[in-house]
Every structure is written in C-alpha cells, then in structure tokens.
Design a binder for this molecule. Structure first.
Ligand code: DX5
Ligand code: ZN
Length: 225
C-alpha cells in the first residue's frame, strides 16, 4: 500500500492536492496527514479542525500521524472525527494500551509509531493492542530527509513477529521513501509506504504512486521467494 504524505503538498490547495494522487484502486490507498505541535517535534503543521475539513473533502482513508505531546488527551478526537488510522508516538504516550483501546472504541485503527532510535523491544506487548506499527525512517518533523537504513532491522523484527503470529498488525514506514529506497524497505517486510516528496515532488503524482507500488511489489515478491 502507498500513502502519500500531504506534508509535501500545497497547503493552500489541500483538497485538490489530495484528489491529485487518486484514491483506492488507482493511486493512493491512504492519505497520510502529519499533525505536528511544535513541542514533540520542532515543526508545526495542522490540527483537528483542518483534519475534519479534509475528511469531508475526500473518500480516501486518512492515516493521521500525530507527532504531538499528550496524545492520550488529543488523539481520540481524530478517531471520533472519522480518521481511518490514528497513529501516536510511543515516546509521547503515557498509557499506550488504554490509548489504543480508546482509539478503537472511537472507530479508528490504532497505530503506534517509533522514532529511529526507539527500540521495538520495549513495546512488543503494547503492540498486541495496535493495528499498525509506523517505523520512522527519518527523525520526525520534516519532509525531504534522507532515509535511515538501520531502522530496517526493526522492520524485519516486526515482520517476523507478524509472520509467526505474535503480532497482528500492518508494518508501515515513513521518511525518505523514494525510488532508491522503497525496494529495500519492501524486502525487509513493509506493508505500507508513506511517501511525501517522492509523490508531490513528481510531475505526475499518480504515476509516481503507481511506480512506487510496482517497485515495492516486485521487491517483496523477490524477497519472499
Ligand atoms: C516526517 C513525516 C513524514 C514526511 C515524509 O516527520 O512524518 O510523513 O511527510 O516525507 P518524505 O517522504 O519526503 O520523507
Ligand atoms: Zn508522517
């Protein structure tokens, strides 16, 4: 699956930019929305009122990535608004198990994200309550950064845990995904790829999404062969 990140889109024309990458069946599977609060990360983007408007202007499921402090307090609002996935940071959540339950009760899939230096081991039990694991392959905060290859070890670990039935979730990767990096991520076992600059920086964003998907599909078929 490919989830274009609208962080790299034109913020004055967000609904057109969402439509420009297509929807399920042709183009984007999900649209990735980066919520940043200038506390958990240095950057500031958008919040719940904007997400509510985005939800009204697209049929494509929204994948909300909350890079915010106090997600226990704020994240359920995004689920109640109708986001498909609501992903919180493991480093910021106070009670990630209770939070996952609240997100699911509000009708969303619960996602847990880990920064590049956050080990997975501390969260293996917690992850039993989650529907997605978002492995950050850049330091969260900005688009267009360089892919950090060493996080693929966490992807491999998560993939093994899913394949052996210890976890039941989708493995998602976020940061620096493009034509040069997507194959190694696919081989490591990623299910869903977030891509911002590689999609919105392309002349034809739908073609960019389809190109990434084809590369990922070929690489994962090769990897599991
Ligand atoms: C970074 C965000 C990413 C960002 C990725 O903190 O979480 O979703 O949009 O952008 P690219 O694909 O350009 O690295
Ligand atoms: Zn993101």
């Amino acid at each position: 699956m490919i989830a274009p990140s609208i962080l790299s889109a034109d913020f004055a024309r967000l609904s057109e930019e969402m439509a420009a990458v297509g929807g399920p069946g042709r183009g984007a599977d999900w649209l990735h929305v980066d919520v940043m609060d200038a506390h958990f990360v240095p950057n500031l983007t958008l919040g719940l009122p904007v997400v509510e408007s985005l939800l009204r202007s697209t049929d494509t499921p929204l994948d909300c990535h909350l890079m915010i402090d106090a997600p226990d307090r704020w994240a359920p609002g995004y689920a109640e608004a109708g986001a498909h996935n609501v992903t919180v940071h493991a480093e910021a959540a106070e009670d990630p198990v209770a939070l996952a339950k609240n997100l699911r009760a509000a009708g969303a899939n619960a996602g847990l994200s880990v920064k590049p230096d956050t080990p997975l081991e501390s969260y293996t039990d917690v992850l039993k309550h989650y529907d997605t694991l978002l492995v950050m392959s850049v330091e969260p905060g900005f688009g267009g950064q360089k892919f950090i290859e060493r996080v693929l070890e966490k992807v491999r670990t998560a993939r093994r845990m899913v394949d052996t039935g210890h976890l039941n979730l989708l493995v998602e990767i976020d940061g620096g995904i493009n034509n040069d990096t997507i194959e190694q991520a696919a081989e490591a076992g990623v299910d869903c790829f977030v891509a911002g600059s590689a999609v919105y920086g392309a002349e034809d964003p739908v073609r960019a999404v389809e190109g990434l998907r084809a590369q990922a599909r070929d690489a994962s078929a090769h990897g599991s062969a």
